[in-house]
Design a protein around this ligand. Structure first.
Ligand SMILES: Cc1ncc(COP(=O)(O)O)c(C=O)c1O
Length: 737
């Protein structure tokens, strides 16, 4: 029973007797002074040299538990020898006292002082040391660690019988409330918490500090047991917070930072941390109230932290347990969607992208091809190409997190991932393109902007050819090459447009007409899926002709793979490969980091060398180590999961299913891989279909000059079963609209 050790009286040896034991049993001669302890006796033996600490255990103490302490200390010393704590000196012995036999042990004396109020930096260091200790104990096992201690946060519900010892009814209710919440909120998740053998009492009383407030010694492994790591950390947090009551939450966050710097907390641990700290405080005040009644003579020691613990509990009560959780890093519960829409409109202004759908989608999570909204609904994502390997793919998220923890900086320093990414990208490009240069930037727009600067500088010309309703990005230069975004009557003089190949016009004639209009062409920009034009799949010779005519006129061919790249069209990684052209410049973006901003320009050195600013292009975040790791992880997943072939197969099945739909509203079904367009006559119908699908939990988009083409462009991990759902729902939506 948990109370048994607490019920046994502490030993009552005098300092003289302690000194005699140290001398007789361990051969250490010196004056003894009592250091105070809850259920044992601890004496400092001052021998004029390093000194030692004598521990006289309670008669109720179990030899196996003392063995656990000793083994734990020796284990830590072998894993992380730099951690400062007292090692055992000599073997355990027994001495007789009036109540029976007591185990006695001698430990090294660690220098330092007990701190009550730690400065911020020391708080961080303290928690970081605690995490190191837990890391060192991670691989430790001892059967006695299964013991049940009332101090263990896991035992919180067992505090209930102690509550009558709390005199004031209001305080009794407060603690009862903490226990209730623990049972409701923590207990159901307890089995999910990481557990191991821990120190169990990393409070300020058990940590010695040096002159600079750094941890110089961890003492008292008497509460060592197997329990949740977060519960053990809550012990330290409660101690640090109640010592800085006026600043408790800020101090807690600094401590959490320190702990996480070595041992990041998992989401469930962060969610529950506030409740775990409250439970620890509840244990302190209720055990203390109960013990003071039994051992009034030891009340000073027992109650040393009572006032501050009550004060912190009362602060928690004032803020509310949910508020405490948020203060300690738990996510806020999602705002009501209408309220969020209002706040968004009030802060982001009119220019930022308006929300899609008349009833905006309030998202909180994504996984694979699924989105989850704030109301807990699951939505099939058949629209987003950025999460190319699926929302929140663990390979990518872990790569980002790991690199973020290790190093993030800019490309003026030398680091591996940028170079590796450049080499990997070059290796994916067709040999005949003879690419040897990769420049890493942050967005598709930036990549196209740099490509455009390269083209104008390398050719000495200013003319551009783009498809009729193309989109290539947001910068001033690239907005001019993006007719989709042109305001009415905006016609930049140096830009000529051609009908998208595959839409019926003669590509050769279109190019000839465009070239005549321009005073020299610097580049033709091609999104080979012709996404914004309405998604077209031209014949190879049409695209080849566009490339050849551009070249003969002295211009460069820029393949904008921001939409169509990364296996989107199935069969090939890059969409231009379907047409057998070798562009001069390839730009990459969107799916490149699966959502982490990263983009690239791939080209040849002979072109870049003609670019006068070559040596000076610097983009602060471009190719940073984290972005590069994200991009490398995406390439790895595409390879490992064979997503390029997968996109081809699932895409072919999807196209076939769509073509079998017998709906008069469908004018045309076209596309390749997982870039599919369904033309449905008029824009209004397309809009209604989108809304209807959204209500049925399926997301798609629309595109084309007339906005009458349904755009189906899911993450490449889309499966046949998802395609079936999509087609079924689309059939229904078309019927209803
Ligand atoms: C073909 C194409 N190029 C370039 C861009 C611009 O990319 P970003 O929005 O990352 O700047 C886009 C964006 O939709 C695009 O579709």
């Amino acid at each position: 029973m948990s109370l048994s050790v607490l019920e046994t009286s502490p030993p009552r040896f005098s300092t003289e007797e302690a000194a005699a034991i140290a001398a007789d049993v361990f051969g250490v001669e010196g004056a003894a002074s009592d250091l105070g302890s809850e259920r044992d006796q601890t004496f400092l033996i001052d021998d004029g040299g390093d000194g030692a600490v004598l521990k006289i255990s309670n008669v109720g103490e179990d030899a196996a538990v003392l063995d656990l302490e000793r083994e734990a200390i020796l284990h830590i010393a072998s894993v992380d020898p730099e951690l400062p704590f007292a090692r055992p000196r000599g073997e355990r012995a027994t001495v007789d006292g009036p109540e029976g036999a007591h185990y006695v042990r001698l430990f090294e004396r660690v220098r330092g002082r007990v701190g009550r109020v730690l400065p911020d930096r020391a708080v961080y260091d303290y928690a970081r040391t605690h995490a190191r200790l837990n890391l060192a104990l991670r691989s430790f096992f001892h059967p006695a660690a299964a013991r049940r201690l009332l101090w263990d946060v896991a035992r919180t519900p067992e505090l209930r019988p102690l509550l009558p010892s709390i005199e004031e009814a209001r305080r009794r209710r407060l603690v009862a409330g903490v226990l209730h919440r623990f049972e409701e909120r923590v207990l159901p998740h307890w089995p999910e918490l990481r557990a191991q053998i821990v120190h169990g009492d990393m409070s300020l009383d058990n940590v010695l500090l040096d002159d600079r407030d750094r941890v110089s010694g961890i003492v008292d492994f008497g509460d060592c047991a197997f329990t949740a790591q977060a519960g053990d950390f809550a012990v330290a947090l409660a101690s640090l917070m109640r010592a800085r009551l006026d600043d408790a939450f800020r101090i807690a966050r600094i401590a959490i930072d320190g702990y996480s710097s070595r041992l990041p907390l998992e989401s469930v641990e962060l969610d529950l941390l506030g409740d775990l700290v409250a439970a620890r405080l509840a244990a302190i005040v209720s055990i203390s109230a109960w013990r003071v009644r039994r051992y009034p003579e030891n009340s000073e020691y027992i109650q040393a932290w009572d006032a501050d613990s009550w004060a912190l509990l009362e602060l928690f009560e004032e803020i509310g347990a949910d508020g405490v959780a948020v203060e300690l890093g738990a996510p806020r519960p999602p705002s009501a969607s209408e309220e969020l829409v209002r706040r968004r409109a009030a802060t982001v202004g009119a220019v930022l992208t308006p929300l899609t759908y008349s009833r905006p989608i309030h998202l909180v999570r994504g996984e694979g091809v699924w989105f989850y909204d704030a109301d807990g609904n699951r939505l099939l994502d058949a629209y987003n190409n950025v999460p190319v390997v699926g929302h929140c793919h663990p390979r990518v998220t872990e790569a980002i997190v790991r690199q973020t923890r290790r190093l993030n900086t800019h490309a003026r320093y030398l680091y591996e991932p940028l170079v590796e990414l450049a080499e990997r990208l070059l290796a994916t490009m067709p040999r005949e393109a003879a690419f040897d240069t990769v420049m890493l930037v942050n967005s598709g727009s930036e990549a196209n902007d740099v490509a455009w600067r390269i083209a104008t500088a390398a050719t000495g010309r200013r003319g551009a050819i783009v498809t009729e309703h193309a989109y290539h990005g947001v910068t001033a230069a690239i907005a001019a090459l993006s007719p989709e975004e042109w305001p009415e009557n905006f016609r930049p003089a140096d830009v000529a447009r051609i009908a998208p190949p595959g839409a019926g016009a003669d590509a050769h004639a279109e190019m000839a007409r465009a070239l005549v209009k321009l005073d020299g062409v610097a580049a033709t920009f091609l999104d080979c899926a012709f996404t914004s034009d309405g998604i077209f799949v031209p014949q190879s010779d049409e695209v080849r002709s566009i490339a050849a005519q551009t070249r003969s006129a002295g211009g460069l061919v820029v393949a904008d793979e921001v939409q169509a790249g990364y296996g989107r069209m199935g069969g090939q990684l890059w969409s231009f490969e379907h047409y057998g052209i070798a562009p001069d410049v390839v730009t990459l973006g969107k799916p490149m980091g699966n959502g982490y901003p990263v983009a690239a320009i791939v080209t040849r050195s002979d072109i870049v060398e003609r670019f006068p600013f070559a040596g000076t292009v610097f983009s602060t975040f471009g190719g940073n180590p984290v972005a590069a790791q994200a991009a490398l992880a995406v390439l790895d997943v595409i390879e490992d999961e064979r997503l390029v072939d997968h996109a081809e197969q699932v895409g072919a099945g999807l196209l076939a299913k769509l073509r079998r739909l017998d709906r008069p509203e469908i004018v045309d079904v076209r596309g390749r891989g997982l870039m599919v367009g369904v033309e449905v006559g008029e824009a209004k119908r397309a809009e209604r279909v989108l809304d209807r699908l959204r209500e049925r939990g399926v997301l798609i988009g629309r595109t084309g000059k007339l906005e009458n083409v349904l755009k189906i462009r899911p993450p490449l991990v889309f499966e046949d079963e998802h395609a079936e759902v999509l087609v079924l729902e689309l059939d229904r939506a078309l019927r209803d609209c």
